[in-house]
Design a protein around this ligand. Structure first.
Ligand code: SF4
Length: 218
């Protein structure tokens, strides 16, 4: 039985040493972070930034303002984030959920039991596990691991997970091996994204220059 904990800690150390802290997730409030987690689906962060700046400039970055804003107006404001009609619907579903569950108070809601809250977030139309875990970890500072396509690819290429592994299997792989450490989960996911973005691309991985070169090769 290979030592999965040691292997995962080894990758973390390599990445932290190579890249340093990533300072995730940018945002001035838990609500801004949650909105960013919804807007970032299938788009680059720079486009999300523009959409959030638009919301801020128009004084719309609050649960109350988004709740009362007509959906077509919301779509127009978040247009830079792409898929703006779908994302406007998702934001509406999210704020409606907030008002239904806790009178629009996200921070209060984020103190609920982790599994219960995760299941509630997953019940919102348009919120999948990556978005739910991003909200929980980065907006709520709750100890859950966020899995994305880069994470799956890196584990697969290093023979730690089959290509067809589910989101929950990959999440469990990390959470079963590592202590529930919010700061580490925060940094680890950000480092994996940076690794995927800079070295482990889909078509041309730059293995010879990569800080993960030789990882889990024993
Ligand atoms: S680029 Fe190569 S060495 Fe780096 S994580 Fe991807 S597969 Fe591993």
């Amino acid at each position: 039985m290979f030592d999965r904990k040691r292997i995962l800690l080894d990758l973390y150390s390599r990445l932290y040493e190579a890249f340093g802290p990533r300072h995730w997730w940018p945002g001035d409030s838990p609500f801004e972070i949650a909105v960013g987690a919804i807007l970032t689906q299938n788009t680059a962060w720079r486009n999300v930034r523009k959409a959030i700046d638009n919301l801020k400039t128009a004084s719309l970055l609050s649960p109350d303002a988004l709740y009362h804003l007509p959906i077509q107006d919301l779509a127009a404001v978040i247009r830079p984030a792409g898929y703006y009609n779908i994302k406007a619907q998702r934001l509406k579903h999210f704020v409606e959920f907030l008002f239904l569950e806790n009178g629009g108070d996200l921070e209060g809601l984020l103190t609920e039991a982790l599994d219960t809250l995760r299941n509630k977030l997953l019940s919102i139309k348009g919120v999948g596990p990556e978005t739910a875990d991003s909200i929980l970890l980065y907006a709520g500072t709750r100890p859950t691991f966020v899995v994305d396509a880069y994470t799956r690819r890196i584990l697969f290429r290093h023979r730690l997970m089959p290509q067809e592994a589910s989101y929950d299997e990959v999440r469990f792989f990390f959470m079963d091996c590592l202590k529930p450490d919010v700061a580490m989960f925060n940094e680890y996911h950000a480092l994996l994204v940076h690794l995927g973005h800079t070295f482990c691309s889909k078509r041309n991985p730059k293995c010879t220059e990569c800080p993960a070169r030789g990882w889990n090769d024993e």
